[in-house]
Design a protein around this ligand. Structure first.
Ligand SMILES: *Cc1c(COP(=O)(O)O)cnc(C)c1O
Length: 425
């Protein structure tokens, strides 16, 4: 028999827009013994996780729980549960993940209208509001932080105008949750999807979602309980398992991603659905606990600080940043690949020689930019300084002419200034 080696993944500095490094406390939580999914000890952990998710999403919503699957499963659960075939949907797109929303909305039968901005920019909220008045959609769906282009979209004005017109506003906050402010209630967002493997620094495999009673109303109107779980009806007028015509038309087409059934599972009735991912729930709960111990505000400031140091270093080495700076996503920094340089060769050497991973991009930005993530547990001073030193060395090795030694000094200066504002003047 082949003898397979012991599992021994290298320790990396992961400076991508996800997955990122995971706090050792979360790794430890993942290794604890399994509890049964209806064990009161376990359901208590489920309830605590919901409480912490409400704090993360900054919401008073009853529903805030993880969908099991990567972030995309959370997006698909929300869209599949909220979009009825024929619903008019408006999707403003400014990067790859906007196209993903369109893709999913069309697959579940939405009548999708899109508006697009050139990659590297975002929408003026007025442009979206004008499109809303033109399209008159039932739902507006958009991305908060576009990791493909490193941009962040202001949402508050759009949310307010959707609420005034009684339109559901759904937001993909996968990249931003836990790294920059996401105000579910204040920005009038009816459903929000977060991610674990980005700024929360938990492995990929769960998607925290929250939605309010406006969204729940639509979900419940489309509810269909699984055959094997129904309590048989005795009345001959409603024979068991028969669906009304309205139910036939509009029931939620996915079983696994059906929010109406998932919420029963996360409620005191604990109506069985799938088997909860025990270990992932331990990991998510620990990740949330770490986040609350740090404090949301302090966490946002930490992301800002390391972004500042990274940018100072990159600029000192003469790198040019991609995209409109006025809408830069704080947790992803995009760098134009210098002319004549093979971006993949630089990335390969960073990983192979220095154990540092940065990302390339998608579609029309493939081969044109590198993307550097500063998310969650990966967002640390030692990572920033090591990356700047390594990138400088690798670029020199590739024949790029740059002022050697400046980058790390510029970043150190930012950190000194932060530590004692007066002394550094
Ligand atoms: C990463 C990301 C996703 C997809 O997440 P998966 O966990 O890979 O499914 C969706 N939207 C945005 C904005 C992202 O950054």
């Amino acid at each position: 028999m082949t003898c397979y080696a012991d599992l021994a993944p290298s320790s990396r500095r992961i400076m991508t827009p996800g997955p990122v490094e995971v706090d050792p406390r979360v790794l430890r939580a993942l290794s604890y013994p399994i509890l049964g999914q209806f064990d009161p000890e376990f359901t208590a952990l489920m309830n605590e996780t919901m409480e912490m998710l409400r704090l993360l999403f900054r919401t008073g919503n009853k529903w805030a729980y993880p969908v099991d699957g990567t972030s995309r499963s959370g997006i698909e659960a929300v869209l599949t549960s909220l979009i009825e075939p024929g619903d008019r949907i408006l999707i403003p797109i400014y990067g790859r993940f906007g196209h993903l929303l369109q893709e999913i909305a069309e697959r579940v039968g939405g009548e999708v209208t899109t508006i697009e901005k050139p990659w590297g920019t975002v929408f003026d909220p007025e442009e979206v509001i004008a499109a809303i008045d033109r399209v008159k959609p039932e739902l507006v769906i958009m991305v908060h932080g576009e990791t493909s282009t490193g941009r962040i979209q202001p949402l508050e004005a759009i949310g307010r105008e959707c609420r005034r017109r009684d339109i559901l506003f759904v937001v993909d906050a996968v990249a931003t949750i836990g790294g920059v402010p996401v105000e579910t209630d204040e920005w009038c967002m009816d459903a929000v999807i977060g991610g674990t493997q980005k700024c929360l620094s938990v492995p990929s495999g769960m998607a925290p979602v929250t939605y309010n009673s406006r969204a729940e109303k639509k979900v419940l109107a489309r509810k269909r309980i699984e055959r094997g779980l129904r309590i048989p009806q005795v009345s001959p007028a409603s024979p068991d398992f028969m669906l009304s015509e309205a139910e036939q038309r509009s029931y939620i087409r996915s079983n696994y991603l059906d929010l109406s059934q998932l919420q029963d599972y996360w409620s005191p009735s604990r109506l069985n659905h799938h088997t909860e991912m025990t270990s992932m729930l331990y990991g998510l709960r620990e990740g949330l606990r770490i986040m609350l111990q740090e404090g949301l505000e302090a966490r946002f400031q930490r992301h800002r600080l390391h972004e500042r140091a990274l940018i100072a270093g990159l600029q000192a080495m003469g790198a040019s940043l991609y995209g409109d700076p006025s809408c830069k996503l704080p947790v992803v920094t995009c760098v134009n690949i210098p002319d004549g340089i093979d971006g993949e060769s630089v990335r390969g050497m960073l990983l192979e020689k220095f154990g540092i991973e940065i990302a390339s991009s998608f579609g029309l930005l493939k081969g044109r930019i590198w993307r550097i993530g500063t998310m969650g547990y990966s967002c640390r001073r030692d990572n920033i300084l090591q990356l700047l030193g390594a990138l400088e060395a690798v670029l020199l090795r590739h024949g790029v002419c740059l002022p050697a030694g400046e980058a790390v000094q510029a970043a150190l200066h930012v950190y000194d200034e932060e530590a004692s504002p007066q002394a550094a003047v």
